[in-house]
Design a binder for this molecule. Sequence first.
Ligand SMILES: [Zn+2]
Length: 199
Amino acid sequence: MDTETFHESEDRLELYALRRLPDSEVEHVENHLLVCDACREHLEEVSAFAFSMRETLKGNPVIESVVKSNARWFEWLTPRLGMPGAFAAILLAVGIYWISRDAHILPVASLQLTALRGSEVKAVVRARELDLAFTDALAASRVDIVDGGGATVWTGTLRPGAGRVEAKISQVFSPGDYFARVYTAAGQPPQEYQFKVMK
Ligand SMILES: [Zn+2]
């Protein structure tokens, strides 16, 4: 196929940025990006918005941690594309933009909860996967997530980690207040943790 004639569609560029393009097609896209100014310019246009969004979100520790965790992606892109870091950074920003453009839902957010002692309620951004960790309930084996109205919206098991128990919740929560109720196998009353999902 003539890589100069057939431009990459927005859909394919999106899949490429998300690394969801089949391996067999990745090489074709990369070869095309190397030779096609038009497609690179297209990416740059979109990235202008992505950069401005990233500036807006700066200072949010959760989002910063997501950006930081994507640094591996940046390192992956640069040698693969054999391109200057700036262009790889644009691709990274575009990737973040595509991931989050859907109502600003990020791929993963992490939240470490400790028992509420009159301190401020922890907040987390909306994400497709919420990784919850509890550092002071190591004997706990089950967690229920209850919304502000008292309805159980998720229930699952906790897995032991290093000095913590964890749950990966593949569910997008609506903005609002939530309670994580953590149960031990011995049938003790639950320990309750409050958190908030931001808009
Ligand atoms: Zn093109």
